[in-house]
Design a protein around this ligand. Structure first.
Ligand SMILES: Cc1ncc(COP(=O)(O)O)c(C=O)c1O
Length: 442
């Protein structure tokens, strides 16, 4: 329930001293950032009691919303009371073992192995190293390059940032890893000469193929893609693209890696986005939704084929984090997956995704500020004509009671990814809040 949080003034005073992620701290040098103190269903409460519909699920994390704390807390308590933490260095404990079984059961059949981390960037970092050791083990040390796509975000640690194709995110830290190349993403506007969807798909796969050929296929270790690319505004590939990409990788003996940090665990209405789009990856990175964000966890899923060279050569996977696969996080993940299955959130997404798409299309048609609405499942974006109006639009939508995210990294977009438990009425509330906010901003 909405209550004014006690000690809110003291909290506000201290809040400006905490350095926030990806935040221009000068903005909060006098006024504190928003402070959220509770939640209920898809809603969160600010310290002064204001209720907001969190149409961003935190940060693409909170699949089950905010009402399941007691059940998740029970799972965490059981874990701490039974054993607590033990590192997974050359040993393991029941929670990570059980989560490995659960996640590999939910994943496409070919993904039989799991390595756990604390989050998405660590997962991406781990996959880069796994890929390199895989090819070393196979006696192909020249295969070190990873092809990523322009505009894609793959994380902020230096290895993961090297894959990230967003110039402004990279610039302060360059030079980054040299063995990365960026190819064109699937944005329809990159392929204006293509008339049909098939031609679009051909041209977009062709852009990756040209990069592979230019580099020399024998030097390419992996191609990494998000099934639907977030940055740029939910760039959903044309039909046939994922399958053709799979064929392309097979033709050149290259590993296909899906970064499913956002699209994994239900956001597209299937456990994994690659499953939803109908293609197999050799490697999948995940994080966020596996615990609904209620505990830090990420990981890498991979095939027996990826694992085999390290096993055959009795090589050490020379990588690991003290807190990777923390049993507390694994226990929370298992409880989260129980709740997701019990509530059948995947079916909810599939039932309501067209409604969400329709509501956002209507918003787009009704506003001169908007280029279009795009996306798949409960993973959506509205692209605006001008970046200059984004902050005003985001703030006005918030004043209407709905949280969306400003994303100007590639195209000027508002990101919309509601909790997977949202009802039709709550989706209508999201649409009404965005429409009213855009009217105000205009
Ligand atoms: C596709 C993708 N990969 C990796 C990451 C990095 O994850 P994290 O922020 O948990 O380090 C993100 C974060 O949003 C992401 O969207």
């Amino acid at each position: 329930m909405a209550t004014v949080h006690e000690g809110v003034d003291a909290l506000r005073e201290a809040a400006g001293k905490e350095w926030l992620s990806w935040t221009r701290m000068a903005d909060f040098d006098g006024a504190p950032p928003p402070i959220l103190v509770g939640g209920d269903g898809p809603y969160v409460y600010e310290a002064d009691g204001t209720r907001l519909l969190d149409a961003m699920s935190g940060l693409f994390t909170t699949q089950i919303g905010y009402s399941h704390g007691p059940e998740l807390g029970e799972a965490a308590k059981r874990q701490l009371e039974s054993f607590g933490f033990y590192p997974n260095w050359a040993a393991t404990s029941p929670a990570p073992v059980e989560l490995t079984r659960r996640v590999t059961d939910l994943a496409p059949e070919n993904l039989t192995r799991a390595f756990f981390t604390s989050g998405g960037s660590e997962a991406v970092e781990s996959a880069i190293k796994l890929v390199r050791q895989h090819w070393l083990g196979r006696g192909e040390p020249l295969r070190r390059k990873v092809i990523a796509r322009r505009g894609a975000y793959h994380g902020c640690t230096l290895g993961a940032l090297s894959l990230t194709g967003i110039p402004a995110a990279r610039a302060p830290f360059e030079p980054l890893l040299g063995d990365v190349r960026h190819a064109e993403n699937t944005d329809r506007r990159n392929y204006r000469q293509a008339v049909t969807e098939e031609e679009w798909s051909d041209a977009a796969v062709g852009a990756i193929e040209r990069t592979i050929v230019a580099e020399g296929p024998h030097t390419v270790a992996a191609v990494v893609v998000e099934p639907v690319q977030n940055a740029g505004g939910c760039l959903t590939p044309p039909p046939g693209y994922p399958q053709r990409l799979r064929e392309l990788c097979d033709r050149h003996g290259i590993l296909l890696w899906c970064d499913e940090v956002i699209t994994g665990f239900g956001r597209l209405g299937a456990w994994f986005g690659s499953e939803r789009l109908g293609f197999d990856a050799d490697i999948v990175t995940f994080a966020k939704g596996v615990t609904s964000g209620q505990a830090p966890l990420g990981g890498v899923l991979f095939t027996d084929e990826v694992a085999t060279p390290l096993l055959d050569q009795k090589a050490v996977y020379a990588h690991g984090f003290t807190f990777g696969g923390h049993p507390l996080s694994c226990a929370v993940a298992l409880a989260n997956l129980d709740i997701m299955e019990r509530l059948d959130v995947l079916a909810n997404v599939r039932t309501l995704e067209d409604h969400l798409g329709g509501v956002l299309d209507e918003v787009a048609e009704g506003s001169d500020l908007v280029v279009e609405a795009r996306g798949c499942g409960f993973f959506r974006a509205i692209e605006l004509r001008e970046a200059g109006v984004l902050a005003a639009a985001r703030d006005a939508i918030r004043a209407e009671g709905v949280i969306v995210r400003l994303d100007d990294r590639v195209n000027p977009c508002l990101a919309i990814s509601p909790p997977l438990i949202c009802t039709k009425e709550q989706i209508d509330e999201v649409g009404a809040g965005i429409a009213a906010g855009l009217r105000r901003a205009a």
